[in-house]
Design a protein around this ligand. Sequence first.
Ligand code: DX5
Ligand code: ZN
Length: 215
Amino acid sequence: MALIAPSILSADFSKLREEVEMINSSQADWFHVDVMDGVFVPNISFGFPVIKQVKKYATKPLDVHLMIVQPERYVQEFKDAGADILTVHIEASTHLHRTLQMIKAAGMQAGVAVNPHTAINQLEDIITDVDLVCLMSVNPGFGGQKFIPGTFQKLEKLRKLIDSTGSKARIEIDGGVGSTNAAQLINAGADVLVAGNFVFSSGDPVGTIASLKKI
Ligand code: DX5
Ligand code: ZN
């Protein structure tokens, strides 16, 4: 059974507390929290004040996905805002090994995210240092985009890399996940599914989360 992480990027921010409580009451496992800086990605989402409010009401871990340049600048701030898992992009952190150690030293699980153009073999020398690999199945920046089918080949390679090295990393798929691909992703070895648009644009988000959980 995969973990389900609804992305609050697609939530209705005018009633954020209710949305958080909806996820609390659902079978979701984590809150996926997308932070965008308008530099690494062509969009700006939200920052510390919003994350702190989510943390105040959330009863499940915050899985914070940083789409920002030089994420190492803000590790402690995200810890203080309430992050439980902190994921940085391989394309955004020059001294990735050091950044991951900083995240762990701050008491969080450390994740690394890879864009659709980034080869899985670039993870070889870091795979035993991470708790999570976030495999982007869209180009990051926006919710509601179309799933990139090439993700399946990358998922297969990543599954092999993790299993052959004894890495404890979970594989998270982020972008365009829904009823058309969720089962196939889980069968191919995905451990965590992020779902934004699919959950929040449905008339029954709690039921939609339950349907993903049942797969
Ligand atoms: C994309 C974000 C995703 C996004 C997923 O930049 O990292 O987490 O919110 O949203 P959907 O499920 O709508 O593609
Ligand atoms: Zn994300």
